[in-house]
Design a protein around this ligand. Structure first.
Ligand code: A3P
Length: 295
C-alpha cells in the first residue's frame, strides 16, 4: 500500500508525495498505486500505441506533440498527453487509436506487452540542472502542487532524491540498465538538448522509428509546428483544461511553456550550488552511457 509522506524542512519548504515500494509518486497517482501498477502491467497494448516516458520537465509535451502529429497525420495541437499515472484504466482502454500514453515512470513499469516488443516506446531525457529549474518555475505556477518550496528548498529535495518520481540520477541509472539489457527494437531515446540543436533531423528519425513514414513535406511541417515559439502560441490559443489539469490550475494557458532553452540553470544556481551539484553529477554519472549538454 502507498503511504503519504509530508516533509516540512526547517525553512518551511513542503513536499508531499505518495511513497510505494521505496519510490515517490505524485499525490494524484491513481488509488493505492499498487493496484494501478498491476493493471498497467497487464494492460492490452495495441500495435499502434506509443508510450512516452520521461522524468518531469524533460520535454514530455514537446515529444508528445511531435509523436501525435506524426501518428495522426494531423497537425492539430492537443496540449497534454494522457498519463497512465493519473487516469483510470477504463479511460485508457477507451481511448481511440492511435494512443500516446505518457508516464513519468521507467521501463520496468510499462505494460508487459510493451516490454515484450509491442507498440513503440519514446524516452525523453534532459540535463538535470535545467530540469530542476523548470520544475521550480512550474510548481510555482500551479494553484495546487505537491511542492511548495523556494528555489533553495526545491533543489535540496531534488538532490536528496525526494521529489515526485524520485531522484533524477536514479531515473537515469534505470535507463542505463534498460539500455544495456533490453534487446527489443521498439525503444528510442530522445535527448532534449539534441532536439534543440537539430529538431528537423529528430522529427525525421521519430517518423522512421514510429514507421509513420509521413514524407519530407510533412516532416518539414511538423518541425515548423513544434518549435518552442509555435507550440507556446498554440497552447495560449487553444488550451482547454482537461480533467488532468483541473486539480492543479485554473489557468487559461497550459503552464508548460516557459523559456524552452538549454542553460537557463545559470540564472538560478548559485556558484556554490553549482559546484556541489557538479560533484554529485560526476560521482553518480561516472558509469553512465548518457551524456548531457548543459549549454
Ligand atoms: P522550461 O521550463 O525550461 O522552459 P515537460 O513537458 O516534460 O513538462 O517539459 C516542460 C519543459 O519543456 C519546459 O521547459 C518547456 O518550455 C519545454 N518545452 C516545451 N515545448 C518545447 C519546445 N517545442 N521546444 C523547446 N522546449 C520546449
Amino acid at each position: 500500500m502507498a503511504e503519504w509522506v509530508k516533509e516540512i524542512d526547517e525553512d518551511g519548504n513542503i513536499l508531499q508525495t505518495k511513497k510505494y515500494d521505496g519510490k515517490y509518486y505524485v499525490s494524484h497517482f491513481i488509488g493505492n498505486i499498487k493496484d494501478h501498477l498491476s493493471a498497467i502491467e497487464e494492460m492490452e497494448v495495441r500495435d499502434d500505441d506509443t508510450f512516452l516516458l520521461s522524468y518531469p520537465k524533460s520535454g514530455t509535451h514537446w515529444v508528445f506533440t511531435i509523436a501525435s502529429m506524426l501518428r495522426t497525420r494531423d497537425t492539430a495541437y492537443h496540449g497534454s498527453p494522457m498519463f497512465m499515472d493519473f487516469n483510470e484504466m477504463e479511460t485508457l482502454n477507451n481511448m481511440p487509436s492511435p494512443r500516446i500514453l505518457a508516464t513519468h515512470m521507467t521501463f520496468d513499469r510499462l505494460p508487459r506487452q510493451a516490454r515484450e516488443g509491442k507498440g513503440k516506446i519514446l524516452v525523453a531525457l534532459r540535463n538535470p540542472k535545467d530540469v530542476a529549474v523548470s520544475l521550480h518555475t512550474f510548481v510555482k505556477k500551479l494553484d495546487y502542487s505537491d511542492v511548495i518550496a523556494t528555489w533553495d528548498g526545491l533543489l535540496k529535495f531534488y538532490v536528496e532524491g525526494k521529489m515526485v518520481y524520485g531522484s533524477w540520477f536514479e531515473n537515469i541509472q534505470a535507463w542505463d540498465k534498460t539500455k544495456k539489457e533490453y534487446k527489443g527494437d521498439n525503444l528510442m531515446f530522445l535527448i532534449y538538448e539534441e532536439l534543440k540543436k537539430d529538431l528537423h533531423s529528430h522529427v525525421k528519425k521519430i517518423d522512421a522509428f514510429l514507421e509513420t513514414n509521413t514524407g519530407e513535406d510533412y516532416v518539414d511541417l511538423v518541425t515548423h509546428k513544434c518549435t518552442f515559439k509555435n507550440m507556446a502560441v498554440e497552447a495560449t490559443n487553444s488550451f482547454k483544461p482537461s480533467d488532468q489539469w483541473k486539480t492543479a490550475t485554473t489557468s487559461k494557458t497550459l503552464p508548460i511553456y516557459r523559456k524552452g532553452e538549454i542553460g537557463d540553470w545559470k540564472n538560478h544556481f548559485t556558484v556554490a550550488q553549482n559546484e556541489s551539484f557538479d560533484k554529485i553529477y560526476e560521482d553518480k554519472m561516472k558509469n553512465s552511457s548518457f551524456h548531457f549538454m548543459f549549454e
